[in-house]
Design a protein around this ligand. Sequence first.
Ligand code: ZN
Length: 234
Amino acid sequence: MTQLVWPNGTTEEPTRSDGYGPRETSQEVWKEVPGYGGSYEGSDLGRVRSVDRLTTRSDGVTRLMRGRVLKDAKCSQSGHRSVSLMDEVGSARSFRVHTLVLMAFVGARPDGMEACHFDDDPSNNILTNLRWGTRSINTKDRVRNGTHQMSNRTHCPHGHAYVAWNLERSTLRAGRRRCLGCTRARSWARKRGLAFCVEKANEYYERERLKYSFEQSKPLVLAGGLSAARGDAR
Ligand SMILES: [Zn+2]
C-alpha cells in the first residue's frame, strides 16, 4: 500500500468537498520556510514572501531589507513556478514554489517521494493541491487528470471521439490510438488520388457510430421468447 502524506494528516485522498481546490477565504496563512533562519515564509495559497531582515553586504554595510511577496517565475517547459531565495551570505538558490510550501506546512520531503499536484496543474501551488507522494501516485494524478502522454487526447485532430468503435485495431494493438474515420477517409482519398477531406472522414465516423448504435440496440432474445433492448443506443 502506498503511503501518502497529506497536509491535513490523513491518509485518505481529499475530495473537492473536503476542501480540495481554492479556498474561499481571504485569510492567507504563512509559515516559515525551514533552513533560512526565518527569512522566508510560504503561504497556504501558494505564495512565498521574504520577511523584514538585516543583511550585511560583502563590504560590511548592514541594511534593512523589507519583506515582500516574491515574484515567481514560470518554467516554460514544465509549468512549475519557482522563486529565488537568498541565504545569509548572499548566494541565491532557485526553488520550486510547491517545494517551499510543502516544506513550510508539511515538512521535508520524505525519501523516495516527490511533490504531487492533485489537479496536475504545476502552477497551482495552493496547499490543498499539494502533497508528498510516490512517483506512482504522481502518475496516477496525471492519468486521472488526463494529462498523461497516452490518455491526454479524447478526440482526433478532426474532432472524432477516441472510443472503442472508432479506433483502428492494428494501431491499437501496437499501443497507439488512431481515428478509424480519418484512416478510412485517408485511404478512400488515396485510392482516388484526392486530398484528405474532413467531410469524408465525418461520413465514415458517422457510419461507424450508427453501426455501433445498431449493434447495441439489437434485441436480445431471452428464454421464454421475451426480448429486451441491449443497453442504450447512443
Ligand atoms: Zn478523426
